[in-house]
Write a protein that binds this ligand. Structure first.
Ligand SMILES: *Cc1c(COP(=O)(O)O)cnc(C)c1O
Length: 360
């Protein structure tokens, strides 16, 4: 069993005992006043995390469910997908599986798609939605979402759908300032909760569009969530215990303050990326992302050969790291330094990682 503080997978992430403890409460009925008060508290504080005055819907499901809500309700026919890695590709494939025609702008692992390419593509195609991943967990790249948003904003009929799954709670998310159609996230990344909740905030323009679309399904129909948000309820039975944990954790985040939380994530990112550069020549590892686009949540590191001995060696010392994903599944490993991890905890882990790499 991996001890608390030693779990550095980029999702699910380390969950502190206090957060787990918050779930050990008797059930409450999801149509009573106590739950409505909880939902109201949760929605307001999630609004600060998402940078929006719109309600943040809480879905029982993983982040993929929230992405599907965004695609089903927020795109019509033609979607432009900005792809920086496996999760960007997941968004594109999802739009295809929902019957949309998708054009991709794909970057090589670690690179970002230049904004000019986004502008050119949008000028040529008749796109009604753009999908983009803020923090690409597969490569450790942070996209310039504000830049993409300013381009999409030039086209009034085009909605920006943002996957902020490993970004929300780690970096500023400013949905209203971006004028984004949807921003989605999940519980088990930078919010450091157990997996099981998806989050989705959508704009008024998104709601209008969803209303005009026929084929929204039932469980992920955003209009049902909008209707129930009016009375601080969930359309179906929510994951009550996870909501207790969320309520507790949002209080913790508020107590730390978002600014300090963001600064802590930047410091963990800097500790990790500077360390990689320091040991690069001695150990043969290398950063995947380019300077200037490092994600504060996750660092993706190219292994000298394959990742298997690194992951095995760390496990033998009581630490769990993430493997690679997509194209980089065997050749890289990932350090998730998000949520409630600390700079000291990251540094202690990196010392062990250095021993493991030098012994290979
Ligand atoms: C984890 C993650 C998701 C969602 O994955 P789920 O397993 O469905 O929660 C989506 N996008 C990104 C960038 C992620 O890191």
């Amino acid at each position: 069993m991996i001890q608390h503080g030693h779990f550095f997978v980029p999702g699910p992430t380390e969950v502190r005992p206090e957060v787990l403890e918050a779930m050990r409460r008797p059930m409450i009925f999801h149509r009573n006043a106590e739950m409505e008060a909880l939902m109201q508290r949760v929605t307001t504080r999630l609004g600060a995390v998402f940078g929006t005055r719109r309600p943040v819907h809480v879905i029982t499901g993983s982040g993929t469910a929230a992405m599907e809500m965004a695609v089903r309700g927020g795109s019509r026919r033609r979607v432009l997908s900005v792809v920086h890695g496996d999760f960007g590709e997941r968004f594109a494939k999802m739009a295809e599986s929902c019957g949309r025609s998708v054009e991709r702008l794909t970057a090589k692992p670690g690179d970002t798609v230049p904004l000019d390419r986004v502008r050119d593509a949008l000028g040529k195609g008749d796109f009604d939605a753009v999908t983009a991943t803020y923090s690409e967990t597969a490569t450790g790249v942070l996209a310039d979402i504000a830049g993409i948003a300013s381009i999409v904003r030039e086209r009034p009929d085009c909605l920006l759908l943002v996957d902020a799954v490993s970004a929300a709670g780690a970096v500023p998310v400013t949905m209203d300032a971006w004028d984004a159609g949807a921003v989605v996230s999940a519980s088990q990344k930078a919010l450091a909760l157990p997996p099981g909740l998806g989050f989705a905030a959508v704009s008024e323009q998104f709601v209008e569009r969803a209303r005009a679309l026929g084929d929204r399904g039932t469980y992920l129909d955003v209009l049902r969530y909008e209707e129930f948000a009016g009375k601080h309820q969930s359309p179906t039975t929510p994951a009550v215990s996870l909501l207790f944990a969320l309520d507790f954790q949002l209080g913790e985040i508020e107590a730390e303050s978002l600014e300090r939380r963001f600064a802590r994530h930047t410091a963990m990112m800097t500790a990790c990326t500077a360390w990689v550069r320091g040991v690069e020549s001695a150990t043969g590892v290398a950063l995947v992302a380019r300077p200037g686009s490092f994600s504060p949540s996750v660092t993706c590191i190219r292994a000298k050969d394959t990742n298997a001995p690194v992951l095995r060696g760390m496990r033998a010392k009581g630490y769990e790291l993430g493997g690679g994903q997509g194209e980089l599944s065997k050749t890289s490993f990932r350090v998730g330094h998000m949520g409630d991890h600390t700079v000291a905890g990251v540094e202690a882990m990196l010392d062990v990682l250095e021993q493991v790499l030098r012994a290979l």
